[in-house]
Design a protein around this ligand. Structure first.
Ligand SMILES: [Zn+2]
Length: 249
C-alpha cells in the first residue's frame, strides 16, 4: 500500500553505489526508515541524492513496519541552502535532528514537534550569523529543545522546586538544577541532591520563562545549553554526539 506524508530527512546513509537508506521524520507517521533505490543516480525520481534536512512530500510503501519502507517519490521543497554554508547553523540543525532521532520512536507521530522542527530549520536558514558568534542560533535552538521535551512528555519541572514544589522566582537566593530531582531545586532542598548544578538567576529565568531566551546574553544561553545537554545525557545514558560542537563554539 502506498502512503504519502510530509517529511524531513534527519539521517541519510549510503546503502550501495546508487541507493541510500534515509530516516525521515514525518507529520503523521513519526520517524520512519526507508530505502531510496537509485537515489544517487543522476536522474532519480527523488531529484538526486537525498540530503540531510531535505523536506517535502514523500510517497512510500510500508507493507510491514518491521522492515524499511520503500520510498517511491519525494517532491522536495526548495532546499535550505544557507544552512550548508554556515557551520554553526548546520551543526545546530544536526544536533536538533539527532535529538529528534534519539528521542522519538518509529511510527509514533508528534505533529506539533514536526512543526517546531520545520520552523526551527526555516529560522536557522534565514540567519546570517557573523563569523565566530553562534548566539543567534543558540537562542532558537534552546527554544526548540524545550518544545521537544514538552512535546514528548520529558520536560523537567522548571517553574517550581522539583522537591518541595515552591514556585520559582528570581528572588531565590540560590538556584540549582538536578537531573535526579528532574528540575529546579531551591536552597532548602539542594542538600538532599548531591548531583546538581548551580544556576545563575538569568539562566534559571530562561528555563522557567522561555520568553526571556530572546533577550538573554550568550553566557546565560551557554549555561542553559549546558543544563539541557546534561539532562539529555542523563536521560539517554550517553551524550548526544553533536553536543560537544554546540557547547564548544
Ligand atoms: Zn525546595
Amino acid at each position: 500500500m502506498l502512503t504519502s506524508d510530509d517529511a524531513i530527512c534527519i539521517r541519510a546513509v549510503d546503502y550501495s553505489e546508487t541507493s541510500q537508506i534515509v530516516t525521515f521524520f514525518t507529520v503523521s507517521h513519526g520517524k520512519l526508515g526507508a530505502i531510496a533505490k537509485g537515489s544517487k543516480r543522476p536522474k532519480s525520481s527523488f531529484d538526486g541524492p537525498i540530503e540531510l534536512f531535505a523536506h517535502g512530500r514523500i510517497v512510500f510503501s510500508d507493507s510491514s513496519r518491521e522492515k524499511l519502507a520503500t520510498l517511491t517519490e519525494f517532491q522536495q521543497a526548495p532546499y535550505f541552502a544557507n544552512l550548508a554554508r554556515h557551520l554553526p547553523l548546520y551543526n545546530a540543525c544536526l544536533f536538533a535532528a539527532e535529538l529528534v532521532n534519539l528521542l522519538t520512536h518509529d511510527y509514533d507521530p508528534h505533529p506539533g514537534l514536526f512543526d517546531s522542527f520545520l520552523t526551527f530549520l526555516q529560522n536557522a536558514d534565514q540567519l546570517r550569523p557573523a563569523a565566530g558568534t553562534h548566539r543567534d542560533i543558540l537562542a532558537p535552538l534552546i527554544v526548540f529543545q524545550l518544545q521537544l521535551l514538552k512535546k514528548i512528555g520529558l520536560l523537567p519541572l522548571l517553574n517550581s522546586c522539583a522537591n518541595c514544589k515552591k514556585p520559582f522566582t528570581p528572588a531565590w537566593p540560590e538556584i540549582y538544577f538536578s537531573n535526579p530531582a528532574n528540575g529546579l531545586l531551591c536552597k532548602d532542598c539542594e542538600t538532599g541532591f548531591p548531583e546538581k548544578m548551580r544556576l545563575t538567576k538569568s539562566a534559571a529565568d530562561c528555563l522557567a520563562n522561555p520568553t526571556a531566551i530572546a533577550e538573554a546574553k550568550k553566557t546565560t544561553l551557554k549555561q542553559v545549553e549546558q543544563v539541557l545537554v546534561g539532562y539529555f545525557t542523563y536521560n539517554l545514558g550517553h551524550p548526544p554526539k553533536m553536543a560537544k560542537f554546540i557547547l564548544n563554539t
